[in-house]
Design a protein around this ligand. Structure first.
Ligand SMILES: Nc1ncnc2c1ncn2[C@@H]1O[C@H](COP(=O)(O)OP(=O)(O)OP(=O)(O)O)[C@@H](O)[C@H]1O
Ligand SMILES: [Mg+2]
Length: 588
């Protein structure tokens, strides 16, 4: 075992003298309390270590011992349904530590193990060899995987029964005739992406149930999105809403460096939520990693990697996984603080020059893949960014933008007007959208791409016309342009606005979204015809159907889409009255 002796310590960083062959990123334990840390630099006879735990009380002369392996997450059946800190140590409830080395003497948790293979079978890296379910607790059935760096012929495998997740349940003989012991859990270095057989182009959409996302700025499965937004603009509520409603099979929710009360929504609310699809507790298919601002900064730096490693582990079981990170800015700040302690040359706004590389490495791990065992899996990553003073030209926003394909910009003015979700349709974009038109066509919405383009064009027009109206006055605009403004407002109120707290509207299925979009497009077309035919704009504004369209999201739930037929009929009859002379209309 490598050992060293502390020479110097400042907050989360220490330097220690050694003659032993430590490696970069090797995990270490420090002092009598065996606090967890990681080697981040080696120079001459000295290693530099970042400490993941509070080092108060440590002093020069205290011992550092190497663990002979990089900081690793223990990946296994105990993750789902549990809440961990940034080092994957259980925060209450069931579970145990899943980071090695770490928490000493962990409590034992039993799992129901059921083998899928028999002796003689050849197993490749990443193959599944058993299913497992928690004992005494209902939970999602999971697969036990051969670690990505192991393979061989099954020599022994235990019978179905209750087992501890780290006891040997299977032995393999590898190509060199050596015996490998396999448990339900295996460690994996958090900074190393788990290998896959093949990376695939982005796939079908990850449906979020949020209209402004699915319809205007959709993210593909395996895609990457950022949610930049100033203080209080709704980043956390948006990520939580996606966690609750998106169609991923496993959710990894990473609260990174936010205040404890920011995590309260997740920690208090999520354990009681029902999964809308299965009716089972949502937490059964979720892992929450909560690394709040009062926890040590280096652990925050690591938490992003543990989160994405856990997510990849479920992807490797052939699942659709979504990871939400709130907020990556706090993670970047941790990076900056550690870099400052190291005396590195600061770059823009004090962030280290490698901020960009680190962001790239994180978002790179989002992908749709064929796993080592030939399954389809995906990991979609969404990260909140908190630019100080909503200034989108600050380094974390700018650098993140280079690596994501979807930009969901939260707008302070919209949030102040309580227009939620406060996503700015002009500043936001989706590079995945073009690739998703085929999916919508297959789902019975061949006009999706065209309708989406019309919505976006109209919203852009609105910005331009509003600027003109501010100078000239709205009434000075020709009727056609006034109509454009009316329709743009309708799209905002009737389509983009969606309350996370409305039971009927917090989630909108693709069919509901297409029905709504179709109605709005029809309204736009009929209104344009009417104006061209000489109808006064006031008469269109007065049509009862307009009010109904503004509220249709909240009025019609996913299970009663046939009620849109009545709105269709009302729209046609309302515009029918416009065609009639003024006097006729009043009689009806
Ligand atoms: N989709 C929504 N529907 C209804 N209300 C919302 C929505 N999004 C945000 N809000 C309101 O705005 C408040 C602030 O939202 P949130 O905490 O998500 O902001 P934030 O950007 O995460 O803030 P911070 O910068 O402090 O992290 C919420 O408490 C809620 O009242
Ligand atoms: Mg927040």
């Amino acid at each position: 075992m490598n050992t060293a002796v502390i020479r110097w310590i400042r907050g989360p960083v220490l330097r220690a003298a050694t003659r032993d062959p430590f490696r970069i990123h090797e995990a270490v334990q420090v002092g009598a309390k065996r606090l967890l840390g990681e080697v981040i630099r080696m120079q001459g006879d000295e290693i530099t270590v970042q400490l993941f735990e509070d080092g108060t009380g440590l002093r020069p002369g205290d011992p550092v011992s190497g663990q002979g392996m990089p900081l690793s997450a223990r990946l296994g059946p105990g993750l789902l349904g549990n809440i961990f800190d940034g080092l994957l140590r259980s925060l209450g409830g069931e579970g145990r530590d899943f980071l090695v080395p770490g928490w000493l003497d962990p409590p034992r948790t039993l799992f129901h193990f059921k083998p899928l293979v028999e002796p003689g079978r050849i197993l490749k890296a990443g193959d599944s060899f058993a299913t497992v379910q928690p004992v005494n607790r209902e939970g999602k059935e999971q697969l036990c995987l051969i670690p990505p760096d192991r393979a061989g012929e099954v020599i022994t495998i235990v019978a179905e029964g209750e087992r501890d997740d780290d006891e040997t349940v299977c032995t393999l003989r590898d190509g060199r005739g050596e015996t490998l012991e396999i448990a339900m859990s295996h460690p994996w270095p958090v900074r190393r992406p788990r290998p896959v057989a093949q990376r695939l182009p982005a796939g079908p959409p990850l449906l979020t149930g949020q209209r402004i996302l699915d319809t205007l700025f959709p993210v593909a499965r395996g895609g990457k999105a950022m949610v930049p937004g100033g203080f209080g603009t709704g980043k956390t509520v948006l990520l939580e809403t996606i966690a609750k409603w998106c169609d991923a099979e496993v959710i990894i929710y990473l609260g990174c460096g936010e205040r404890g009360n920011e995590m309260a929504g997740v920690l208090d609310e999520f354990p009681h939520l029902e999964d809308p699809r299965s009716g089972r507790p949502l937490m059964e298919r979720m892992v929450v990693i909560a690394n709040t601002s009062n926890m040590p900064v280096a652990a925050r730096e690591a938490s992003v990697y543990t989160g994405v490693t856990v997510a990849e582990y479920f992807r490797d079981q052939g699942l659709k996984v979504a990871l939400m990170a709130d907020s990556t800015s706090r993670w970047a700040e941790a990076l900056r603080e550690v870099s400052g302690r190291l005396g590195e040359l600061p770059g823009e706004a004090g962030y280290p020059a490698y901020l960009s590389t680190r962001l790239a490495e994180f978002y790179e791990r989002a992908a749709r893949v064929i796993t080592l065992s030939g399954k389809n899996g995906s990991l979609t990553v969404m990260g909140a960014v908190s630019p100080p003073s909503s200034d989108f030209s600050e380094p974390v926003t700018i650098q993140t933008k280079r690596y994501v394909r979807n930009f969901w910009a939260l707008d302070r003015k919209r949030a102040q007007a309580r227009f939620y979700p406060a996503i700015d349709p002009i500043a936001s974009y989706s590079e995945d959208a073009d690739g998703l038109a085929a999916w919508w066509s297959q789902e019975g919405a061949p006009a999706w791409a065209e309708h989406r383009r019309r919505f976006l064009t109209l919203l852009e027009e609105q910005t331009r016309l509003e600027r003109m109206a501010r100078i000239l006055g709205k009434d000075a605009l020709p009727p056609g342009q006034q109509l454009t403004l009316l329709c743009a407002e309708l799209i905002n109120d009737g389509f983009l606005r969606q309350s996370a707290f409305s039971v009927k509207d917090r989630h909108a299925s693709p069919r509901k979204q297409t029905r709504m979009m179709g109605l709005l497009i029809r309204f736009m077309d009929r209104a344009a015809e009417a104006v061209a035919g000489g109808s006064a704009l006031e008469r269109i504004v007065a049509l009862p159907v307009l009010r109904r369209l503004q509220r249709m999201g909240e009025e019609i739930g996913d299970e009663e889409l046939e009620r849109f037929d009545a709105l269709d009929a009302l729209l046609e009859s309302d515009f029918g009255t416009l065609a009639a002379p003024d006097g006729e209309e009043k009689k009806t």
